[in-house]
Design a protein around this ligand. Structure first.
Ligand SMILES: Cc1ncc(C[n+]2csc(CCOP(=O)(O)OP(=O)(O)O)c2C)c(N)n1
Ligand SMILES: [Mg+2]
Length: 792
C-alpha cells in the first residue's frame, strides 16, 4: 500500500460549478443507493449458512451520505485523514467503489469473511481506511492526536518534502458525544492548541435505543466553544431557508426550532399529512402559512419539513468550503436518521433494514433496473463521460493509496553501565538517558509520552535532555527563577516528549497516532509511552484499537504487581500480563534483569519497524535486584528475546523446574537453591516473555497441524530434556494463569503460583507470603510436586 509523494492542489474554496453540482447530486444518490443495497444484499440476497442476522446500518448510513458525498467528492484533499463514524462504513466503501478504489467483490461481501468490514478497518479493508473505528468515541478522539503527530513531524522536518498539511477529520455520530473519552481528548487538544482538526457531527438526534434529549441542544456548541473550537451549525437546508424568507417564515422557523426532537422524528417518519395537520393546528391564522401549505402537496411538504442542512448537498458544501483556516472546527450537521429511506426518523431504526418490498420501491425510485444494482452508473441521469471526467478530477482521489513507506531506523545495541543492584525501571530510565546523550538516529526518532507519570516512571533524565514538544517555545519559569529542581522542562518544537494530562485513554490514542506516523505522514517515529501498570486497564479499549490499526509503539508499564507493596490493592496489578498476552499486535515482556531489558528494548525497536512486527509492552518494576554478572552471549540474547532461558540448566531427565518471570526472581532463586540440594537435576527457567513463548508455541502447533512437522517452539525445545512426568512450578508477581498453560507444552504437571486476588498494602515479605509467591511457597509447591511423583 505504499505510495510515492506528490503535490496535489488543495480543493479550492470557490462555489461549485453547476456541472459539478449535477455530478455531485448524482453521486449523492448513488452513495445512498449503494450503501443501502450493500447491506440489503448481505442480509436478504447473499446465502445465509448459519441463520444469523448479518446486520448493517442503513439508517446510520443514509443519515451521513450527503455530508460524506460533499466531503469525499469535493472538499477533501488526499492529504486529509478521516475517521469515519463506525456505522457509516458502507458509505465509505460505496464512495471508494465509485472512485474505482473498491472492488465489487468486496462490497458484495460486506460483513462476510474477507469482505468489506462492518466498521472501517485500516488493516483489514483494502480501500485505504485512514483510522479504524467501531468503538464509538475513539475515532474522533484519535484525530486530535493525529493532528499533534502531524505537527510533531512537520515542525521537525521529518516528513518528506512536498507532503502537504492535511486536516484530521472525524465524522461523528451524535451519541458518540456521550463517551467521556471525547472530552478528555478535547481538553488535551485545547491544552496543546491543536489545529487542522474537524469534527463533523451527524446530528440526527438519535442513538441506538432512542431519541436524544432536547436539552443537549445548545450544550454541544458551548462545549466546543469552551475548548477553543469554532462551531459551524448546519441546521436548515436551502428549501427551508427559502421558506423562512417568505411570509410566515419566522413562525415556521420558530415552530421547528421549538419542536421536540421526538415529535420531529415521529412526524418525519409519518410524512406529509402529519406535518400538515400539526402546522395547520399550531400555526393557525399566521399570515403566509396557508399559502405555504396550499402550495405544497404532501410529498413536497415532507421534503420541505425534513430539509435539514446535513442532508442538503448545497448547504453542506457551503458550510465545509466556508472554513478556510486551520482552527479546530466542529460542524453540527442536522440530519434525519434514515434520510430518504422508509424508516426515516423512526426511533427504532438504528438496526432497521428495508424489507424486500421496500427495497423494490427504493430501487424504482433510484431508477435502477433489476440486475443492475451493482453497476456504478446505473440509474444516473447525466452525461456519463462528464461524470467520469468529474470523478477523475476529484481532489481526494488524486493519490491512492495515501500511505507511505519510510526507511528503517538503525538500532544500535543499548548499553548502560552495569550496576550491581538495580531495578528494571531504573534501567529503563538509564537506557533512555544514555540514548538522549548520544546523537544516534534512533534517539532522534524516539518520542516519549506519559499521562502525568513522566518523572515517576523514570523518564525525567530523558526529558531533561530532549525537552518537551510544544508548537511554540516556552521557557521553564522555575529554571529562570533559579528554583532548584531536578526537572528542566523546556518546551519547544524540537522537544521529544509529549506530556499528557492524567487520562490513560489519551495516552493510548497518542501512542496509536504516533505509531502510525510512518505510514500516515511519511515520517518514522519510535514512540514510547509510560504508565503505571495497573492503569493500563483505564486505557484498554484505546490500546486495543492502536494494535488493531497496526500502530507500532512501546508501552512501558511500571511499576507493577503487588511489588508496589505499600501502595495497596487499587494501585497493584496482577491481570495485566494476561491482558498483554491476549492482545494481538503486541509482544509483551517482563524481564527480571536490566541486561535483559536492554536486549528486549533493542529487539523491540526493531520489531516496531518490522513488516510482521507490532507494538511492544514492557512490564517493569521498582524492586531493586542484584544483577547477574554475565556476558550477553549471542545465545542468551536470542533466548531472552524469544521469551525464556535457563538461569540454572536442568539435568537431562530432570523431574523439577521452577519457572519464574519478573521481579520475583530472587524468591525463585532462593527456593531453587534450597531444593537443588534434594533434587540435584532441577532447573530454573527465567521467563522474559510469557507472551512470546506462548505465541511461538501456538504457532508451532498450528504449523505441525498443517504439515510442517519440523516446527518446534522455543519453549518445547527448552522443556524437551525434562522427564516425562516432571513438575513445573511457575511463579510471577502476576495472575497464576500467565504461566499456567505451560503444563500443556509437553504434558508436564503444573503448579502455578501467582496473585489471583485483589492486592493488599504491606511490605514485600508480608505480601509475597500472603499471596503464596515467596520462596517458602515456591519451595512448598516444589516439595509437593516431588512427593506426588514419589507417591505416583
Ligand atoms: C463503545 C461502544 N459502545 C456501544 C456501542 C454500540 N453502539 C453502536 S452504535 C450506537 C449508537 C450510535 O449512535 P450515533 O453515534 O448517534 O450514531 P448514528 O445515530 O449515526 O447511528 C451504539 C451505542 C459501540 N459501537 N461502541
Ligand atoms: Mg445519532
Amino acid at each position: 500500500m505504499a505510495n510515492k509523494l506528490r503535490l496535489v492542489d488543495t480543493p479550492d474554496t470557490h462555489a461549485v460549478a453547476d456541472s459539478s453540482m449535477t455530478a455531485l447530486r448524482a453521486l449523492e444518490r448513488k452513495v445512498l443507493w449503494l450503501s443501502s443495497w450493500m447491506i440489503h444484499n448481505a442480509n436478504h440476497i447473499r446465502e445465509s449458512r448459519d441463520g444469523l442476522k448479518v446486520g448493517g446500518h442503513q439508517a446510520s448510513s443514509a443519515s451521513v451520505a450527503t455530508m460524506m458525498t460533499a466531503l469525499y467528492f469535493d472538499v477533501l484533499g488526499p492529504q486529509d485523514r478521516v475517521a469515519v463514524k463506525p456505522h457509516a462504513s458502507p458509505v465509505f466503501h460505496a464512495i471508494q467503489y465509485l472512485l474505482g478504489n473498491q472492488t465489487r467483490e468486496k462490497i458484495e461481501g460486506l460483513r462476510a469473511f474477507g469482505g468489506a468490514q462492518s466498521y472501517p478497518s485500516r488493516t483489514k479493508d483494502t480501500d485505504d481506511v485512514d483510522i479504524s473505528t467501531g468503538s464509538v468515541g475513539l475515532g474522533a478522539a484519535h484525530t486530535v492526536f493525529s493532528s499533534l503527530v502531524q505537527d510533531y513531524v512537520r515542525l521537525k522536518n521529518l516528513s518528506p518534502e512536498g507532503l502537504r498539511e492535511g486536516r484530521m477529520i472525524a465524522l461523528v455520530g451524535d451519541a458518540e458525544l456521550d463517551e467521556g473519552n471525547m472530552y478528555e481528548a478535547l481538553l488535551e487538544g485545547w491544552k496543546k492548541d491543536i489545529h487542522n482538526v474537524w469534527w463533523v457531527i451527524d446530528y440526527n438526534r438519535q442513538s441506538l435505543d432512542s431519541v436524544i434529549s432536547d436539552r443537549l441542544f445548545g450544550r454541544i456548541d458551548q462545549l466546543f466553544e469552551n475548548m477553543g473550537w469554532r462551531v459551524v451549525t448546519m441546521k436548515y437546508g436551502k428549501l427551508l431557508e427559502q421558506a423562512f424568507a417568505e411570509p410566515g417564515g419566522d413562525a415556521l422557523r420558530n415552530w421547528i426550532d421549538t419542536c421536540p426532537n421526538s415529535l420531529y422524528s415521529a412526524l418525519t417518519f409519518k410524512g406529509g399529512d402529519s406535518w400538515r395537520e400539526y402546522l395547520k393546528r399550531d400555526l393557525k391564522g399566521v399570515a403566509g402559512i396557508k399559502t405555504l401549505l396550499d402550495s405544497h402537496d404532501d410529498d413536497a411538504l415532507h421534503k420541505l419539513m425534513t430539509n435539514l442542512a446535513g442532508n442538503d448537498l448545497e448547504s453542506c458544501l457551503e458550510a465545509f468550503k466556508g472554513v478556510t483556516d486551520d482552527a479546530p472546527t466542529c460542524f453540527i450537521g442536522y440530519t434525519v436518521k434514515g434520510f430518504g429511506l422508509p424508516f426515516a426518523g423512526h426511533k427504532d431504526n438504528h438496526a432497521g433494514l428495508m424489507n424486500p418490498e421496500q427495497m423494490d420501491d427504493f430501487r424504482a425510485e433510484m431508477n435502477i433496473p433489476k440486475g443492475e444494482e451493482w453497476e456504478r452508473f446505473s440509474g444516473i441521469d447525466m452525461d456519463l463521460e462528464e461524470l467520469e471526467r468529474f470523478l477523475a478530477n476529484v481532489p481526494f482521489a488524486q493519490e491512492y493509496p495515501r500511505r507511505y513507506e519510510t526507511p528503517r531506523i538503525n538500532v544500535p545495541s543499548l548499553n548502560i553501565q552495569r550496576r550491581p543492584k538495580m531495578s528494571t525501571q531504573d534501567g529503563f530510565g538509564r537506557i533512555l538517558n544514555e540514548l538522549a546523550q548520544g546523537d544516534s538516529e534512533l534517539a532522534d526518532r524516539i518520542v516519549t509520552t506519559s499521562p502525568d507519570v513522566t518523572v515517576s516512571t523514570n523518564l525525567g533524565p530523558w526529558v531533561n535532555r530532549r525537552g518537551i514538544f510544544s508548537r511554540s517555545e516556552t521557557s521553564d519559569t522555575f529554571a529562570q527563577e533559579s528554583v532548584v529542581s531536578a526537572q528542566k522542562w523546556q518546551m519547544a518544537p524540537e522537544g521529544q516528549h509529549i506530556e499528557l494530562g492524567i487520562a490513560e485513554t489519551n495516552l493510548f490514542l497518542q501512542l496509536s497516532a504516533l505509531g502510525l506516523s510512518s505510514s500516515m505522514f511519511g515520517a518514522r517515529l519510535l514512540p514510547i509511552g509510560t504508565v503505571y501498570d495497573p492503569f493500563i486497564r483505564r486505557g484498554l479499549d484505546a490500546m486495543h484499537y492502536g494494535c488493531y490499526q497496526d500502530s507500532r509503539y512501546m508501552l512501558v508499564a511500571t511499576p507493577s504487581g503487588i511489588t508496589l507493596a505499600p501502595e495497596g490493592g487499587a494501585h497493584q496489578s496482577s491481570e495485566t500480563p494476561l491482558i498483554t498476552l491476549a492482545q494481538p499486535g503486541m509482544a509483551a515482556f517482563e524481564p527480571a534483569y536490566v541486561d535483559e531489558l536492554a536486549e528486549i528494548m533493542r529487539w523491540g525497536f526493531e520489531y516496531m519497524q518490522a513488516d510482521n512486527g507490532g507494538a511492544v509492552a514492557l512490564r517493569l518494576s521498582t524492586r531493586i535486584l542484584e544483577q547477574p554478572d554475565r556476558e550477553m552471549t549471542e545465545t542468551l540474547r536470542a533466548e531472552v528475546t524469544a521469551g525464556a532461558y535457563w538461569l540454572r540448566e536442568p539435568e537431562p531427565g530432570s523431574e523439577l523446574v521452577i519457572a519464574c518471570t519478573g521481579a520475583i526472581m530472587p524468591e525463585a532463586i532462593s527456593a531453587y537453591d534450597d531444593i537443588v540440594e534434594d533434587i540435584p537435576g532441577a532447573g530454573l527457567l527465567a521467563i522474559t516473555s510469557a507472551d512470546r513463548i506462548h505465541v511461538d508455541w501456538i504457532a508451532a502447533r498450528r504449523a505441525r497441524m498443517s504439515g510442517h512437522g519440523g516446527s518446534v517452539a522455543h519453549i518445547e525445545k527448552l522443556l524437551a530434556p525434562l522427564a516425562e512426568d516432571a513438575a513445573l512450578v511457575t511463579v510471577g508477581d502476576a495472575h497464576s494463569g500467565t504461566l499456567g498453560w505451560m503444563g500443556s507444552v509437553a504434558g508436564h504437571r503444573i503448579y502455578p503460583l501467582g496473585v489471583d486476588a485483589f492486592g493488599q498494602s504491606g511490605d514485600l515479605q508480608d505480601l509475597y507470603r500472603h499471596y503464596g509467591i515467596d520462596s517458602d511457597a515456591i519451595l512448598d509447591a516444589a516439595a509437593r510436586a516431588c512427593i506426588r511423583r514419589l507417591e505416583g
